[in-house]
Write a protein that binds this ligand. Structure first.
Ligand code: HEC
Length: 141
C-alpha cells in the first residue's frame, strides 16, 4: 500500500512537471508584447504624439515631446524618442537587456520620466518583438 501511495505521488509530480508552460514564440510572443506595451507599460503616453483624444496610434511609438513637465527642478528629458521598429543604436539583445534593467547599452540611465522597467526575460523579449513590428524602423548598429 505504501509503495502504491508513493507511486501515485510520483506520477502526480511528473504530471505537474509536464505542465510548465512552454516559452512564448512567434505570434504569441508578439501578442504578449502588444498587451504589455499598449495596456501595461504606458509607452504610448510618452513615445506617441498626443492628441486631445489620446495618443495618435497612426504614429505609434514614433517619438513625441512630452505633454507634461515636472513641477520641481529635476533633470528631465522633455522629448521621448522614436522607438518604433526598435530604438536607434540598439541591437535586439541590447533592447531586451535594457527592458530588464533600465540601463542603456553604454551603461547610462535615461533621464526621468522614462521609467526603469524591470521586465522578466520573456516579457522583455515580448515587448522588443512587438515594437520591432511597428513601422518607423530606426537604424540598427
Ligand atoms: C512617462 C513617460 C514615458 C513612458 C511611460 C515610457 N517612456 Fe521611454 N522614454 C521617455 C523619455 C522622456 C525618454 C528619453 C530619456 C532621455 O533622453 O534621457 C525615454 C527613453 C526611452 C528609451 C531609450 C532610448 C535611448 O536613446 O537610449 C527607450 C528604449 C524607451 N524609452 C522605451 C520605452 C518603452 C518600451 C516604454 C514602455 C514599456 C517606455 N519607454 C515608456 C519617456 C517614457
Amino acid at each position: 500500500m505504501k509503495t502504491f501511495v508513493l507511486a501515485v505521488f510520483a506520477l502526480g509530480l511528473a504530471a505537474c512537471a509536464q505542465q510548465a508552460p512552454a516559452p512564448l514564440q512567434g505570434e504569441a510572443l508578439v501578442a504578449r508584447g502588444d498587451y504589455l506595451v499598449n495596456n501595461i507599460g504606458g509607452c504610448n503616453d510618452c513615445h506617441t504624439p498626443m492628441t486631445p483624444q489620446g495618443p495618435d496610434m497612426t504614429h505609434a511609438l514614433q517619438g513625441s515631446p512630452l505633454m507634461f513637465a515636472p513641477t520641481v527642478q529635476i533633470p528631465w528629458a522633455p522629448v521621448a524618442p522614436a522607438i518604433a521598429g526598435g530604438p536607434a543604436g540598439y541591437t535586439d539583445e541590447q533592447f531586451v537587456a535594457f527592458l530588464q534593467t533600465g540601463v542603456r547599452p553604454d551603461g547610462s540611465h535615461p533621464l526621468p520620466p522614462m521609467p526603469a522597467f524591470r521586465f522578466n526575460e520573456e516579457d522583455a523579449r515580448a515587448v522588443a518583438a512587438y515594437i520591432a513590428t511597428l513601422p518607423g524602423e530606426t537604424p540598427q548598429p
